[in-house]
Ligand binder design. Structure first.
Ligand SMILES: [Zn+2]
Length: 299
C-alpha cells in the first residue's frame, strides 16, 4: 500500500523559479495539509505564455506572477479545477493580462450534468471563458495543449498536456508528495479510478503537479496510486467483515498513522470508497447513503 512519495521540494515564496527553459513556477503562500507548501502556478513558454492554475486570490501571489510575465504576452489561463487554491486568482490575472480562461466548466459542472446536487465547497465564482472537453487541443503561438478530462478529485477536473514536450500538468489528480482527497458528492471514487486508468494508456513523459515536485517516471507512480486505492477498499472490506460498520469507527483503524486533525478529511475518502463499493454492488447500507450510515457486506 505504500507509495514512494517525494517530499523534496526546494522552493521560495514570492519568487519566480525557472524549472526548465520552457517552464517557470511561482509558489503561493498557502501551505496546508492539502496544498503541501502551497499552490504551484506554472508559466509555460517564453514571450507568448500560458499560465496553468493561477492559484488562490492572494495579493502577493498575483503580484509576483504578473511581475514574472512583465514584457511578455499571456495568451491562455488554464484551470485544472475549481478548488479555492487553484482558480480564484484568475479574475485578477485576467484583468491585468486580458487572457481568456480555459476549463471544463464551473464548480460541480461534471456532476450537475448528471443531475447530481453538488454542495461541496469550491470557487463558485469561476466560469471559464472557453469550456473545454476531453481531446480538445488548445492552440497557442508556439505552444499547444491537449485536454485530458479526469473527473474524480472534482467532477470538473481536467489535465493539460503541453504537447511540444509531452509534459502533463495533472493538477491535483496525481501528486508526488501525497494522495489526493476524494470528497463526495463532487469527488467520486469510481470516476477517480477510471481517470487513473486513463493515464496508464498515455505516453506522457513527465508530470508537473500543482502541489509538490515533478514526477519523472509517471506510469509506475500511477500504478502505485491505483494499488493504494485498492488497498483502501480491502481495508474497508476487512472492517465490515470484522463487524465495524460505521465510517467513524473505520477511520482510526485505517488511518492509525495519520494525525487526528486529518481524520475528518480521511472520513470523506472512506465515504467515497464506500459509495464506490455500493455502486459495484459489494456493499449495502441502512437508510440514506451518507457519512453516518451503517454499512454491511452484500452476499
Ligand atoms: Zn483540489
Amino acid at each position: 500500500m505504500s507509495i514512494a512519495f517525494n517530499r523534496d521540494y526546494p522552493f521560495q515564496y514570492a519568487t519566480v523559479e525557472t524549472l526548465t527553459p520552457w517552464l517557470r513556477r511561482v509558489v503561493a503562500r498557502n501551505p496546508s495539509p492539502f496544498t503541501f507548501h502551497g499552490t504551484g502556478t506554472f508559466i509555460v513558454g517564453r514571450g507568448k505564455v500560458a499560465i496553468i492554475d493561477p492559484g488562490p486570490a492572494i495579493d502577493e501571489h498575483v503580484a509576483v506572477l504578473l511581475d514574472a510575465v512583465r514584457g511578455e504576452t499571456v495568451t491562455h489561463l488554464l484551470v485544472t479545477h475549481t478548488h479555492r487554491d487553484h482558480s480564484p486568482a484568475c479574475a485578477a490575472v485576467k484583468q491585468a493580462t486580458g487572457a481568456p480562461t480555459y476549463g471544463y466548466g464551473p464548480h460541480g459542472a461534471g456532476k450537475l450534468e448528471r443531475g447530481v446536487q453538488v454542495e461541496e465547497g469550491g470557487d463558485m465564482e469561476f466560469r471559464p471563458d472557453v469550456p473545454v472537453r476531453h481531446g480538445d487541443v488548445i492552440e497557442g503561438d508556439g505552444l499547444s495543449f491537449e485536454c485530458v478530462y479526469t473527473p474524480g478529485h472534482t467532477s470538473n477536473h481536467i489535465c493539460f498536456q503541453y504537447r511540444e514536450r509531452r509534459a502533463l500538468f495533472p493538477g491535483d489528480h496525481v501528486m508526488g508528495w501525497n494522495t489526493t482527497i476524494i470528497s463526495p458528492p463532487d469527488g467520486d471514487m469510481g470516476d477517480y479510478m477510471a481517470s487513473l486508468e486513463l493515464l496508464l494508456a498515455r505516453d506522457d513523459l513527465e508530470y508537473w503537479p500543482t502541489h509538490g515536485a515533478r514526477i519523472a517516471d509517471p506510469i509506475p507512480h500511477v500504478r502505485e496510486y491505483i494499488a493504494h486505492r485498492h488497498g483502501r477498499e480491502h481495508q474497508v472490506h476487512a472492517c465490515l467483515q470484522a463487524g465495524v460498520h460505521t465510517i467513524c469507527a473505520m477511520v482510526p483503524m485505517m488511518y492509525c498513522d495519520l494525525p487526528e486533525r486529518m481524520h475528518p478529511a480521511a472520513a470523506r475518502s472512506v465515504l467515497a470508497t464506500l459509495i464506490h463499493m455500493v455502486e459495484k454492488g459489494d456493499v449495502g447500507h441502512d437508510g440514506e447513503l451518507r457519512a453516518d450510515a451503517d454499512f454491511f457486506l452484500n452476499g
